[in-house]
Design a protein around this ligand. Structure first.
Ligand code: UDP
Ligand code: MG
Length: 322
């Protein structure tokens, strides 16, 4: 390869309790990388506070493969922080992000690399089909992508996860974003540069089970919206304005009615409805402000995004930044 920028690729895999899947995944990554000529490649596994023997499994993999580096975090920090920890170490060449459970097929790595060599900075995998997802999850995903597309100025492509290749300059840009609430899809979109989609079929998990249930997905959606849009706060303002307007019109009507027909004591139900309605609207608006305030509080503490327990560099090959 004549362009030195196209020399090195690091596959970054975040793993939390993936002891069963990793021994199946690693040979597939290995053979995908072997198919790349003119490119040096290495693999970086980040153990995100696993409790199921993932770390010994990773050590076995590293013992057998000199191009494997391992990073172990001090506890479970979540996938976003684990990926950030891994990407922070890649100061040279491009990075390919892969799930540890085999849902992102490593066999496609050469295609990602080919797009990178064509000059793309962010090559992201887009699911052709959401196999294994029920209609509820599909529907929720569709609503979410539409909502975030409307509310946020940052482009967030639909049906896209973290499965992607990032060029060196995209990585450098991403490294500058140190926010604690890391909605990665939004961050990838925010940095801009030249991005392209690579459609792929998402496979079922090799082993184990998903850590993202419906409740976690709901919180994930909240995270996305509050991290990339302040529109909900404005909605609260408009709902307030509308109710004030309605109250004004209603007040005029009541006054006219009283002047014309006198005031018989009535209207208790109306009053209750109005009070309850306004109380509800106010609580929702307060809750919304609370969501943003809580995130502000988290950011203000300025804690590190993750803590490292053990760093085990690759036995051979290109060394990592530290
Ligand atoms: N993961 C992680 N830390 C966590 C949760 C998940 O590093 O706290 C990793 C996990 O090992 C896997 C990837 O993130 O490689 C995706 O997780 P999962 O398969 O549970 O999510 P799904 O594919 O169901 O969205
Ligand atoms: Mg998965």
């Amino acid at each position: 390869m004549d362009n030195p920028r196209h020399e090195l690729l690091t596959v970054v895999v975040a793993a939390h309790n993936e002891a069963e899947a990793l021994p199946l995944l690693h040979p597939r990554i290995r053979s995908a990388l072997a198919g790349l000529d003119g490119l040096r490649a290495r693999v970086l596994y980040v153990d995100d506070g696993s409790r199921d023997g993932t770390w010994p499994v990773l050590q076995d993999i590293a013992a057998a493969d000199p191009q494997v580096a391992l990073l172990r975090l001090s506890r479970n920090f979540g996938k976003e922080a684990a990926l950030t920890a891994g990407l922070d170490l890649v100061e040279d060449g491009a990075a390919m992000i892969l799930d540890a459970d085999g849902q992102d097929p490593p066999e496609l790595i050469p295609e990602f690399v080919a797009r990178w060599h064509e000059g793309w900075d962010d090559v992201y995998g887009t699911r052709i089909e959401r196999e294994g997802d029920g209609w509820a999850r599909r529907g929720a995903a569709a609503v979410f992508y539409r909502l975030i597309g409307r509310l946020s100025h940052t482009p967030v492509p639909a049906d896209t996860g973290d499965y992607r290749l990032l060029s060196p300059r995209a990585l450098a840009a991403l490294r500058q974003l140190r926010e604690r609430h890391r909605f990665m899809k939004g961050l990838f979109g925010w940095i801009g540069f030249r991005s392209t989609a690579l459609p792929y079929r998402r496979s079922p998990r090799l082993a184990g089970h998903s850590k993202f249930g419906l409740w976690r997905l709901w919180n994930f959606a909240l995270e996305g919206i509050t991290s990339f849009s302040t529109a909900p706060l404005r909605v609260a303002t408009y709902v307030g304005l509308l109710t004030a307007l309605a109250a004004f019109v209603g007040g005029l009507a009541i006054m006219a009615k009283t002047l014309l027909w006198g005031d018989r004591v009535a209207g208790w139900p109306t009053m209750m409805v109005v009070i309850l309605f306004l109380g509800g609207v106010q609580l929702i608006a307060l809750g919304l402000i609370g969501e943003y305030l809580g995130r502000l509080y988290d950011e203000a503490k300025q804690r590190p995004l993750y803590l490292v327990d053990t760093w085990q560099p690759a036995a051979a090959g290109v060394s990592f930044a530290q």
